[in-house]
Design a protein around this ligand. Sequence first.
Ligand code: GLU
Length: 429
Amino acid sequence: MTTTRFAPSPTGALHLGNLRTAVLNALVARAAGGRFLLRIDDTDAARSEERFVEAIRADLRWLGLDWDGEARQSQRLATYEAAAERLRAAGRLYPCWETEGELALMRRALLNAKKPPVYDRAALRLSEAEKAALAAERPPHWRFRLEERAMEWEDGILGPQRIAASAVSDPVLIREDGQFLYTLCSVVDDAEMGVTDVVRGADHVTNTATQIQIFEALGAASPRFAHHALMTGPGGEKLSKRAGALSVASLREAGVEPAALLSWLARSGSSRPVEPVWSVAEAAADFDLSVFSPAPSQASAEEIAQLSAKMLREAPWEAVATRAPEGVTEAFFHAVRPNLDRLEDAADWLRIAKGAPAVIAPEDAEFVAEALAMLPPRPWTETTWREWTDAVKAKSGRKGKALFLPLRRVLTGRSHGPDMGAFMPFLER
Ligand code: GLU
């Protein structure tokens, strides 16, 4: 069964680039009638925080992405240890004792010599006596020994990929302090959880090359991989987990409709235009990963806010019912919907309906007083405004703006607003 996962590290709040990864994985799964999993990559105990795990879940739920299972890497350490043991036994995991400083010097020397900064495998050439001496000093970190051949895969977005093993350092899988690194854990989890498709950011392309060999070394089939281009801010800047305006939380607080963000994420960066969808199921119906572009795309909070306002003005009640401000009913929402930028704005119109201070220009005072005297008795219906203004028009001879504007102002205190026919039934004053 098609199985995908979203695997965030809980080291910060999700930004739009992370959320796009989540959306694409969910859509691949839903389009195939498969499973979508949430995996918390929290082996880095120092940087992972519970509040970020909760924020990630809240962001996904808000967007309407439901997951079919959840796993946490911090609870699976024994499984990673067992996999590491197998790799050691197969001669694919070897201890190294270089310090960070030594490695940095080596990298710099290689770069100065215009060579790729690839680890030279000095640790593989240590004698048993040398290893014993180093081991007596401090614990090693462990690297996966890549076999010297090209790593190839058909990328779902980038097309055919081929990376020579000689261009890549043997990846560190276990740190000196014993921490398992993502490169190993992810492979173990993907294999064990039956993940068939991995969609992630283009910053993971080199990881994919090395992970393909780790899958092989563990006797597991590699999933299909697709790498989407990174998303940048409006100025081309990298998005960060501390990202201000483009964090999911800040978009939500700014009143962006979740369905609008979903619609935007399901299409932006692809060759297809962004079109409103109201659910993950709807977005999944004609989803196609191959239309995504390998070129970076830009996120714009403004563009998303505009789409959100446009969608809100056509939103079905079901899409907003659970989030609507207190007191806003389905009928009221329909009356004010064309005038909303954000769902919260419905609360302003509700206040106005309950009694806004009237605005009367001095030159209109007499006209308004006469008109109010002609107001039909309640209940007011959708035809009341029409009947009333027809009568006022006949009596006063006013028409157009001179007729309607003072009446709108006296009833709502505003010069602009919802269609008065639709709004009048809700006026309480
Ligand atoms: N924890 C990794 C990240 O957030 C997951 C990458 C992957 O999808 O394999 O970048």
